[in-house]
Design a protein around this ligand. Structure first.
Ligand code: HMG
Ligand code: MG
Length: 303
């Protein structure tokens, strides 16, 4: 079996995780979460999004969070920017990377960013150009690559089509995103194959929500294809306000346990990561949504 020696994890808990919370999370808690994640060894953190506060009120303190974090050398910080307005606001907070987010489904594109796929590409075009001119790396998220809450099944060819559009406007890396967690390994492989028509395997990542409990096997399927970059979320936080019923991303703790068990390096200290998950879960008034976290906490309680 061909698997990479090391894997890069992009921790999306502060953004994908907290954007979906019903009650407001204090800015200081978000900042502390980022600090704990970087202290646990995460080297890529998706911190927040510069979207409309009317659409996603939880991310309204984006600039304050970015201003409040103590940046650690070697750590890269990314933010979501759906349009030029978001890019200009986000740029002031000096991100290392921005994320434009499109969808392989027309209906989801409309619900999430209020425009068609074609219109979204035209909105992203000047964002990508401005970011690259400023030396900021550009990643593209491809939502609903494995299924859509409104359209159901998504033909892998549509994922390839979106990847091609992203490539044409200069997006440097794309994430195959299972927004609602209905993907299974063969679908993952087909979506990645379609993406590979436009991007090399080193420029493709996996972003799997765990709604149906398939995210870990989907990570494993992608690993076998040579994918070595994954978005994960501490304590399994997450969801999208415009994908009702979808639960969090695959828990970072679970992915780290899987990878370390396969002899694959992540640079992450699992104990400190579990602590970070407990910290944010306590702040949200619930238990971490991670089997590995529960197992390690249970073992610690019994010794
Ligand atoms: P719109 O209403 O079409 O925008 O929203 P507009 O250009 O017509 O402007 C309307 C108002 O929004 C104006 O304010 C603008 O100033 C304001 P008003 O004059 O009415 O007071 N506005 C903004 N404010 C702040 N920041 C901005 C911005 N742009 C316009 N950037 C828009 C279009 C894209 C803004 C809106 O639909 C939006 O904010 N959508 C974001 C939805 C979102 O954040 N979803 C979750 C993230 S994606 C995700 O989770 C999926 C992912 O994890 C992968 C996966 O799992 O699939 C990445
Ligand atoms: Mg997501």
């Amino acid at each position: 079996m061909k698997v990479p020696n090391s894997v890069k994890l992009v921790e999306v808990g502060p953004r994908d995780g907290l954007q979906n919370e019903k009650s407001a999370v204090p800015t200081a808690v978000k900042i502390e979460l980022v600090h704990r994640l970087q202290d646990a060894g995460l080297r890529e953190i998706e911190v927040t999004s510069f979207v409309s506060p009317k659409w996603v009120p939880q991310m309204a303190d984006n600039a304050q969070v970015m201003a409040g974090i103590h940046r650690k050398p070697g750590v890269r910080y990314s933010v979501l920017t759906p349009n030029l307005q978001g890019f200009e606001a986000g740029r002031a907070s000096r991100p290392d990377e921005i994320v434009v987010f499109g969808a392989a489904s027309e209906a989801f594109s409309q619900k999430n960013i209020n425009c068609s796929i074609a219109q979204s590409i035209e909105r992203f075009r000047p964002v990508v150009a401005a970011a690259r001119a400023a030396g900021i790396y550009v990643r593209g998220a491809m939502s609903c690559a494995l299924g859509c809450p409104y359209e159901g099944e998504i033909d892998p060819a549509r994922v390839g089509m979106l990847a091609g559009l992203m490539k044409d406007i200069g997006v440097q890396h794309v994430g195959v995103a299972d927004t609602i967690g209905t993907g299974t390994p063969l679908k993952v492989m087909r979506a990645i194959e379609s993406t590979q028509l436009h991007y090399g395997i080193d420029e493709i990542s996996g972003h799997f929500h765990d709604t149906y409990g398939q995210a870990l096997v989907n990570v494993h399927a992608a690993l076998q294809m040579g994918v070595w970059q994954f978005d994960t979320s501490v304590a399994g936080l997450g969801g999208c306000p415009y994908a009702k019923g979808a639960t969090g991303n695959v828990a970072t703790e679970d992915v780290v346990f899987l990878l370390h068990g396969m002899g694959i390096e992540t640079g992450v200290d699992l104990d400190l990561l579990v602590d970070a998950g407990v910290f944010i879960s306590n702040a949200l008034g619930r238990m971490p949504n991670s089997r590995v976290s529960a197992a390690l906490l249970g073992r610690a309680a019994n010794t």
